[in-house]
Design a protein around this ligand. Structure first.
Ligand SMILES: Nc1ncnc2c1ncn2[C@@H]1O[C@H](COP(=O)(O)OP(=O)(O)OP(=O)(O)O)[C@@H](O)[C@H]1O
Length: 275
């Protein structure tokens, strides 16, 4: 079973320490939501998890072996990375862009085989972009392009998917569709880590949450622990409303609050949904 974990991970960009002492583990079969306020270090952690950033200290291990020991090509076959934002000026059509996802599996100058084409088709179907297949990507709307970029990562068929704010540009239908899709991928045995700002989606669709603030992990666990009122106050500086619909919990950010003096204190609280 695929496991991706960090131990005492620190990351530095220029003179700035971005991550400090991050020890966290991600397992196959789960959707882990990576949450936290702007600048918390979520994107930096995602990049460190796929070796786009080298640790300043500590380690990142995939299946017990340091990432640094893997060949880049091997990592590309194992780790699918969907970056934040989707600016692309490539004069390519959607199907060609999604086919690029098969590159890690092809030899130099090797053309895509029918099996690759089948995986490209499947990825486009899963992300609802089949109707766009002949469109140039640089003419698509933001949400359409976001779905195409996800299709490209899915076409790689990596056992690990690291998605940085994949729902940010999507309409509510496609947000729900994407979260269902991530759940299906996890159910098939993939390891899914997904950066989210939408706490309602995080609460409902993630098996586990990792809350970051100021470059550190503040809390990990199920939503009812991680989204406790004290955590939301100390990290996001908000108060939320909690409710349930057909036994599914939801959380709605409600008001800004002043940060408490005891910020970043890890708390054990009663589930906010329990009363
Ligand atoms: N290349 C860089 N040089 C210096 N500082 C950087 C660099 N890249 C990111 N940072 C800083 O590192 C911190 C963490 O950034 P990161 O993008 O990981 O945060 P994030 O949690 O993903 O934020 P957001 O929710 O806004 O996307 C921020 O303060 C950011 O300004």
């Amino acid at each position: 079973m695929t496991v991706l974990q960090t131990q005492g991970l620190a990351a530095q960009l220029g003179q700035k320490r971005i991550l400090s002492d991050v020890s966290v583990s991600f397992s196959a079969g789960q959707v882990t939501g990576l949450i936290g306020p702007n600048g918390a270090g979520k994107s930096t952690l995602i990049k460190a998890l796929c070796r786009l950033i080298e640790p300043a200290a500590g380690t990142v291990q995939l299946d017990g072996a340091p990432l640094a020991g893997y060949a880049r090509r091997d990592l590309a076959r194992r780790l699918g990375y969907l970056p934040q934002g989707h600016t692309t000026h490539w004069p390519l059509c959607v199907e060609q862009v999604v086919t690029l996802g098969r590159l890690p599996h092809l030899g130099p100058f090797e053309a895509a085989a029918p099996e690759d084409a089948r995986m490209v088709e499947e990825a486009m179907a899963k992300t609802d972009v089949l109707a766009l297949r002949d469109r140039r990507v640089d003419t698509l709307s933001g949400g359409e392009r976001a779905r195409v970029m996800l299709a490209r990562v899915l076409a790689s068929q990596t056992p690990v998917l690291l998605a940085d704010e994949p729902v940010a540009a999507l309409d509510p239908y496609h947000q729900l569709h994407l979260m269902d899709l991530l759940g299906q991928l996890a159910a098939e045995g993939r390891l899914v880590v997904c950066v989210l700002h939408d706490l309602a989606l995080a609460a409902r669709f993630c098996d586990r949450l990792v809350l970051m603030d100021r470059g550190r992990v503040v809390a990990t666990g199920p939503a009812d622990q991680v989204l406790a009122p004290g955590h939301l106050r100390d990290t996001y500086r908000i108060r939320a409303l909690y409710g349930a619909e057909q036994d599914e919990p939801y959380v709605l950010p409600w008001r800004r609050v002043a940060a408490s003096a005891s910020s970043n204190r890890v708390r054990t609280e009663v589930s906010p949904w329990s009363h």
